[in-house]
Design a protein around this ligand. Structure first.
Ligand SMILES: *[C@@H]1O[C@H](CO)[C@@H](O)[C@H](O)[C@H]1NC(C)=O
Ligand SMILES: *[C@@H]1O[C@H](CO)[C@@H](O)[C@H](O)[C@H]1NC(C)=O
Ligand SMILES: *[C@@H]1O[C@H](CO)[C@@H](O)[C@H](O)[C@H]1NC(C)=O
Ligand SMILES: *[C@@H]1O[C@H](CO)[C@@H](O)[C@H](O)[C@H]1NC(C)=O
Ligand SMILES: *[C@@H]1O[C@H](CO)[C@@H](O)[C@H](O)[C@H]1NC(C)=O
Length: 459
């Protein structure tokens, strides 16, 4: 339409100019001669000036797809407002997909959270999602300072940062008492816990068996999820596809925490598409003679089987000791083994994906993070625990058939982003996927159940 109209306008202007010229000649020639020159000069200037606008202005504007026939003479102010409209478009889409979610973050006394940050490890070890999600929410667009308009309430308690002086592992023995005390506090000082009995309150439980708060499955199951958390929403790394007492609660499976900066640093030195000279990689605890600890063996002996079968096989690079530079090994590997430990999940899942090494998941029944958003079958391989002795054959087969297509899917930057928790939430990152998952649970929100949905809310 606009292409048709533009020449018409130009011709109109040309005709007008000729009429002006004619009128000039019909009147007093002498008097109008000077006028004629000025009018001609003025008209020509105007003509070239406006045709400049017609030809040039629409170019930057057309990018915005908001141009119409009137845009030929748009003022700068209008151009700017059009630009703004365009730029806000993705933002409003983003908000739409989060269904205008609003989260209130309780300001708890620092003993519940930030005091623990005096130990630097608190914000970057594998359970640090409790810190990262808190930080991201404080900076997020979905945060509201008015608890009365909040859909959900985030209770920021860091329970994983009391590191054992014996082995350095997080001692989560105080988790129950610390969270219970935080709940006592918010339920006595605010009306929101009592009115919903906690069902619109959100906690992070990033440990082996989620809110069962114990690393050993037997003990975790025996202790169970504390009653005071059973009605709430838990963001947890633990998840299985079968019935399990440690996930009998409304939950979202989240990825374990890997500092995004460490991934960035490694990828700065070794690009994701670079040379991969290690065929199969694993580094970590791998007992040669596993101990029977209250009826269970670490990793259900899977890691031991891998070690026995493939140690010495030149295709397999298996290391049992810690090494700070292990990310540079992952980024040089084609396949990265992610066998279960005590719990099915492992930080290796995130590290492999983030560094472009095909994760080989060996943990029967594991429920993976954001399975709606991340197409796991396209970016990883799953091998049954009972089949570990056939790993070599299975991986050879994949290398000969569909490895390149798996790598192509895996190397898509959006996949990496989806599993990393940034302090400042970014569309499509792990925190954003958590928000997305929460926005699908708005039926639990006390404020939504009372106020009818506003008409501008997207469906
Ligand atoms: C559009 O707006 C952005 C910031 O809002 C500005 O940086 C950019 O220069 C503007 N573009 C145009 C074509 O005006
Ligand atoms: C930290 O853990 C130790 C046991 O490892 C325990 O004695 C101590 O009370 C815990 N600290 C807090 C503040 O809970
Ligand atoms: C919430 O309920 C608890 C236990 O019934 C009570 O002690 C507390 O005062 C209540 N909180 C508020 C804000 O009314
Ligand atoms: C492991 O230990 C438990 C007792 O704690 C025992 O009942 C079980 O038979 C042992 N299993 C093996 C394979 O030795
Ligand atoms: C690749 O091949 C393996 C083994 O044949 C199969 O299990 C897997 O689903 C395939 N993956 C993709 C993304 O094609």
């Amino acid at each position: 339409m606009e292409e048709l109209k533009r020449p018409t306008k130009r011709r109109g202007f040309y005709v007008k100019m000729r009429l002006l010229n004619k009128n000039g000649r019909q009147q007093d020639k002498n008097l109008c001669f000077k006028y004629y020159k000025w009018v001609l000069w003025f008209s020509l200037t105007l003509y070239f000036f406006s045709s400049y606008f017609i030809n040039h202005k629409p170019i930057p504007l057309s990018k915005t797809r908001f141009t119409n026939s009137k845009s030929n003479h748009l003022s700068r102010a209008l151009i700017e407002s059009v630009n703004k409209t365009f730029l806000q478009h993705p933002t409003s889409n983003n908000r739409g997909s989060l269904r205008d979610l609003k989260i209130y973050v309780y300001a708890l006394p620092s003993k519940y959270n930030t005091d623990w940050l005096s130990n630097q490890r608190c914000s970057n070890h594998l359970f640090a999602a409790e810190v990262a999600i808190h930080k991201a929410l404080l900076n997020s667009d979905v945060r509201t300072f008015d608890p009365y308009e909040a859909d959900f309430f985030f209770v920021p308690v860091y329970v994983s940062c009391n590191f054992s002086t014996v082995n350095g592992f997080p001692a989560i023995g105080h988790a129950r008492s610390l969270i219970s005390s935080a709940i006592k506090l918010v339920s006595s000082e605010y009306p929101f816990w009592n009115r919903s009995r906690g069902s619109d309150h959100v906690f992070v439980a990033s440990h082996d068996y989620g809110a069962c708060f114990h690393a050993m499955e037997e003990r975790a199951v025996a202790d169970g999820i504390p009653d005071f958390l059973k009605k709430s929403i838990l963001l947890q790394t633990f998840g299985v596809k079968y019935k399990h007492p440690c996930q009998e609660v409304e939950n979202v499976v989240i990825p374990p925490y890997i500092p995004p900066e460490s991934v960035q640093r490694t990828l700065g030195k070794f690009p994701v598409t670079g040379r991969r000279d290690i065929w199969v990689f694993f580094r970590g605890k791998m007992e040669v003679h596993p101990k029977n600890i209250s009826g269970r063996f670490y990793s259900k002996k899977v890691r031991t089987d891998i070690w026995r079968r493939y140690n010495g096989d030149r295709r397999f690079y298996l290391q049992r000791h810690r090494f700070a530079g292990y990310q540079s090994e992952i980024v040089r590997s084609v396949f990265c083994l992610c066998p279960l430990g005590w719990a099915p999940w492992s930080p290796r899942l995130v590290e492999s994906v983030a560094l472009g090494c095909v994760p080989v998941i060996i943990a029967d029944g594991i429920r993976l993070p954001f399975s709606k958003a991340v197409n796991w079958p396209e970016i990883s391989l799953t091998v049954a625990e009972k089949d570990v002795s056939k790993l070599g054959m299975i991986l050879e087969h994949v290398a000969a058939t569909n490895l390149t297509s798996i790598q192509k899917n895996l190397w898509d930057p959006s996949v990496r982003r989806a599993l990393l928790l940034h302090d400042q939430d970014q569309e499509g990152d792990a925190t954003w996927h958590v928000l997305r998952a929460l926005s699908e649970k708005l039926d639990r929100s006390h404020s939504r159940s009372r106020v009818p949905l506003q008409s501008h809310v997207d469906t």
